[in-house]
Design a protein around this ligand. Structure first.
Ligand code: SR1
Ligand code: MG
Length: 432
């Protein structure tokens, strides 16, 4: 990235702990916290790639405050990034709250100039990625995420929306181009070529990285997916729905951080979560005390992958069957018995295509986390490089097959069966 000048609007400043204390003490939120501003406990805890995140606690309550920086935090100010992502995050959170109430954090305050969203403190919750590294089972997760996906994707598509409203939504999110460009470059392009941002567990994975760069079938498949990502405004998608965008307890789940939201392909969100569950599945070799100690957890992960898709499919179909407001398949065309039987088959075919998209996008998400710039802590925290590379190589093997031979996977059980089989293979690693 060249040294581009950072643009910040008048009134924007990067907040620190004292800056936030001063700001909050002038807002009505002050009384919600209670006590004297000096007594508030404020810490910056952001560990993501892009933003600042503060936790603010007073004697009566607390909240979380997320501020967009004018650059990519992971890299620094040599990589500018527009603050407008905060606007899109706020817009998406508001829509998600409407369609999936109780599954996103409540918003308390939004400051467009400061690119600051103040929201509910999820103190009892942990980032799902961390919970899964610790081997915690989340019995409600599959039900909650399938509800979230079915509700947000169906209701923001033109299966549910009249055409005019749907086009309004496309317009509302059309400007989030810089965040889309990150995805277009970092997920769909760079891992498949020589690029300065890329890194991997070297030399162990050098052969895999080379094979992927020379794999014409894979490069056609990823480009097909990129085209779909850029040119298919099917629904308002979260856009970055990995397990770092989920905060939960065993009883309660919230989806956070939709700053990548735009009108895109539904399979991108479903694929993101499937990918991150599978990456964690393969990473378990690096988290168990003794070989096989996490087998029960592995089983739970794959059962969860299956449940996410199966429940999503049912919930999406239920919504579609109950809805007559969308312009996509006008109800007026399908009122007679032949029409309704044909529509039922059509819905099934739609979900079958969405399943294929989901697998392709899941594969893309897996490959980028191993060969691209932004890796997952699930794998990164494995200190032994050979063990880490083994988990990563297995992930790449499954991802490559999912992306190139997608149509061979007729159902989600075929995916978990392939993951189980590949997890027993010894990948050919390059030794130092
Ligand atoms: C440079 S930003 C890298 C990644 O961070 C976000 O979480 C998105 O996944 C993005 O691709
Ligand atoms: Mg994020």
């Amino acid at each position: 990235m060249g040294a581009t000048k950072l643009y910040t609007p008048p009134g924007y400043r990067i907040l620190d702990v004292e800056g936030l204390r001063g700001l909050v003490s002038s807002l009505s939120l002050r009384s919600q916290l209670g006590g004297d501003p000096e007594s508030w406990d404020i810490v910056e805890v952001g560990d993501g790639n892009l933003n600042l995140v503060f936790l603010v606690k007073g004697p009566n309550s607390g909240f979380a405050a997320k501020q967009a920086l004018p650059y990519v935090r992971l890299v620094g100010d040599s990589w500018p990034l527009p603050l407008s992502r905060s606007h899109y995050e706020h817009a998406a959170l508001s829509r998600q709250a409407e369609h999936a109430p109780g599954l996103v954090p409540a918003i308390y305050h939004y400051d467009e100039t400061l690119a600051l969203i103040v929201m509910e403190l999820l103190d009892a919750h942990v980032i799902m990625r961390h919970g899964m590294i610790a081997g915690i089972v989340y019995p409600e997760f599959a039900d909650d995420i399938s509800t979230f996906l079915a509700a947000t994707l169906f209701n923001t598509s033109t299966l549910a929306m009249p055409a005019e409203d749907f086009k309004g939504l496309i317009e509302e999110f059309a400007g989030n181009t810089a965040l889309c460009k990150i995805t277009e470059d970092l997920i769909f392009t760079e891992p498949y070529m020589v690029a300065g941002n890329n890194r991997w567990t070297s030399p162990w994975l050098d052969g895999f990285a080379e094979m992927i760069r020379e794999d014409a079938d894979l490069k056609c498949a990823i480009s097909r997916l990129k085209l779909k990502f850029m040119g298919s405004p099917e629904a308002m998608i979260h856009g970055d729905l990995h397990t770092g965008s989920v905060m939960l307890t065993p009883e309660d789940t919230r989806f956070i951080d939709p700053e990548f939201a735009f009108m895109g392909p539904m399979g991108f969100d479903i694929g993101a979560i499937v990918a991150n569950l599978l990456l964690n599945y393969f990473s378990q070799i690096g988290h168990e005390e003794t070989a096989g100690a996490r087998d029960g957890y592995r089983t739970w992960i794959l059962e969860t992958v299956e449940a996410v898709w199966t429940l999503f499919r049912c919930k999406f179909l239920d919504r579609w069957e109950a809805c007559e407001s969308g312009d996509g398949y006008p109800a007026a065309l399908f009122g007679d018995p032949f029409g309704s039987a044909a529509l039922a088959r059509e819905r099934g075919a739609f979900l079958d295509r969405l399943f294929q998209d989901t697998l392709g996008f899941a594969a893309a998400k897996m490959i980028r986390r191993i060969l691209g710039i932004a890796h997952n802590i699930d794998l990164e925290c494995i200190e032994d490089a050979e063990i880490r590379a083994t988990a990563e190589a297995r992930s790449l093997m499954l991802a490559r097959d999912l992306m190139v031979n997608t149509e061979c996977y007729r159902d989600i059980q075929a995916v978990s069966a392939a993951a189980r089989r590949i997890n027993g293979l010894a990948p050919a690693l390059r030794r130092p």
